[in-house]
Design a protein. Structure first.
Length: 198
């Protein structure tokens, strides 16, 4: 698992320090995209719905291909309750936490203001339990403790749509985050949030 994390980290660093590989893409108006997102994650092993936040950064490698790295941190549990007059969705802080990191290509359909895309990313995730408040300090201590935790290899095939008005846009991703532990476990993952291209 440590090797997998090292390979992902090395690939991300290579993309950052090898601008010559992206020479053609550097002349485009939207060579880099950065975004934040809210995340819904359903783990099938325990039938638990989690919610959290994340961030992503991508670089154009080819005109319709980006290399993208992202991380997310889930710290809320999602409850759905039905009543005779309607249903409600409630978010509540939970002691079960999940942190993950993904890296891989994103294939886009066009260069216009509305883009469909497919992605296939690999990475690792770790589950933990903590009663600490969900703050940036808690997130960074979770990242620091990844070496001591049991990180699980994951593969994320997905797709979505992003729509831009100038450099600002909104992005929706839906996919299957597959965890490789005692077999393959399929988990629904949905993200939505703003993105900026420059």
């Amino acid at each position: 698992m440590k090797r997998l994390l090292f390979v992902i980290f090395a690939a991300a660093i290579t993309c950052l320090i090898a601008p010559g590989a992206f020479g053609q893409a550097l002349h485009q108006n939207d060579r880099v995209e950065a975004g934040i997102f809210g995340e819904f994650y359903r783990t099938t092993q325990t039938d638990t719905n989690l919610a959290g936040v994340g961030a992503r950064l991508s670089f154009h490698a080819l005109p319709l291909v980006q290399l993208e790295a992202e991380t997310s941190y889930d710290f809320n549990k999602v409850f759905t309750e039905s009543f005779a007059s309607g249903g409600t969705i409630t978010l509540q802080k939970t002691n079960m936490r999940r942190i993950d990191g993904l890296f891989g290509p994103k294939l886009e359909t066009n260069k216009g203001p509305v883009r469909l895309f497919l992605t296939a990313k690999g990475g690792a995730t770790a589950f933990g339990f903590s009663a600490a408040p969900a703050t940036p300090g808690t997130f960074f201590s979770s990242v620091a403790n990844l070496r001591a935790d049991n990180a699980i290899a994951e593969f994320y095939p997905g797709g979505g749509v992003e729509a831009f008005l100038g450099p600002i846009g909104l992005r929706l991703d839906v996919g299957d985050e597959m965890l490789f532990t005692s077999g393959v476990h399929h988990n629904v993952r949905v993200t939505f949030g703003p993105t900026i291209r420059f």
